[in-house]
Write a protein that binds this ligand. Structure first.
Ligand SMILES: Nc1ncnc2c1ncn2[C@@H]1O[C@H](COP(=O)(O)OP(=O)(O)OP(=O)(O)O)[C@@H](O)[C@H]1O
Ligand SMILES: [Mg+2]
Length: 259
């Protein structure tokens, strides 16, 4: 539902259905104003595609949500916790968010199983049995249980990225942040990773994903949030934003992917 007075796509959605609430976030690197009062929400079970030209601030926003960067102003709410409040426990907040980046960041000297279980064992102090049981369940779900004792370099890029997604799911996160997770992959391997994202969506995951895969965003996202020069330029359904926007800059942006 769109509030016609404010353009707020989230008007009428109860607060407890909002998994993530970005409220007036400002981020500067020196004189470079990278996020300029960014506000939007992600609702439970929603897949939001965060689009925008290179340098528009997508990764910076993801890092602010994952507490790898501090915001200069504004708040980020995860459920009813303001995670930008310096007094909160950052590890606890991070456990509620699963993150996957472009580079798989698997440790080459550790087996798949150890890669998947490392953070929960070291940061969250799970014992090995609990961690491995959970990890094997996740690897089984993605058809990778027979690779549990392999090292990452024996896996394809697509398989490595699926392992990285499994690792992000270990803590049953309320929110998944996916930052360009297919852009380092051989084109032939992109499909299997996107298929896994679709499966997570079907299973009810809540996902914010930065991507340049426009046809996937069009078919799989519930909502498109377009960043431009650090501001939200569009926030609406894939059809409204990608096909029917009357903004010439928006039209030009999507046209550049079709060319
Ligand atoms: N650690 C940093 N220090 C200084 N400037 C930074 C830093 N990280 C990002 N920037 C700047 O912030 C701006 C936004 O970068 P960001 O990586 O968020 O863009 P992006 O939308 O993710 O782009 P892409 O589509 O290429 O991934 C750029 O101008 C970038 O140079
Ligand atoms: Mg980026």
């Amino acid at each position: 539902m769109t509030d016609v007075t404010t353009g707020d796509q989230t008007a009428g959605v109860p607060d407890n259905e909002k998994v993530l609430r970005i409220d007036g976030v400002v981020k500067r690197f020196g004189d470079n104003l990278v996020l300029d009062h960014v506000s939007f929400d992600v609702h439970k079970h929603e897949v939001v595609a965060l689009l925008g030209p290179s340098g528009s601030g997508k990764s910076t926003l993801m890092k602010c949500i994952n507490l790898l960067e501090r915001v200069d102003d504004g708040q980020i709410w995860l459920g009813d916790t303001d995670i930008t409040d310096p007094r909160i426990n950052q590890d606890k907040s991070r456990a509620r968010i699963g993150v996957v980046f472009q580079q798989f960041n698997l440790f080459p000297h550790m087996t798949v199983l150890n890669n998947v279980t490392l953070a929960v064992r070291k940061v969250h102090k799970w014992d090995r049995a609990r961690a491995e049981e959970k990890a094997m369940g996740l690897l089984k779900r993605i058809g990778m249980e027979q690779k549990a004792r392999e090292y990452p370099d024996r896996l394809s890029g697509g398989q490595q990225q699926r392992v990285a997604i499994a690792r992000a799911l270990m803590t049953d996160p309320e929110l998944l942040l996916l930052d360009e997770i297919t852009s380092a992959l051989d084109p032939l391997l992109v499909g299997e990773v996107l298929e896994m994202v679709s499966e997570l969506k079907d299973q009810g995951a809540t996902i914010l994903m930065a991507t340049h895969e426009m046809s996937f965003a069009h078919s799989a996202a519930d909502r498109i949030t377009l960043l431009r020069r650090g501001r939200i330029a569009e926030n609406g359904s894939p059809a409204d934003v990608m096909d029917n926007s009357t903004d010439p800059e928006t039209q030009e942006f999507f046209h550049s992917y079709r060319a």
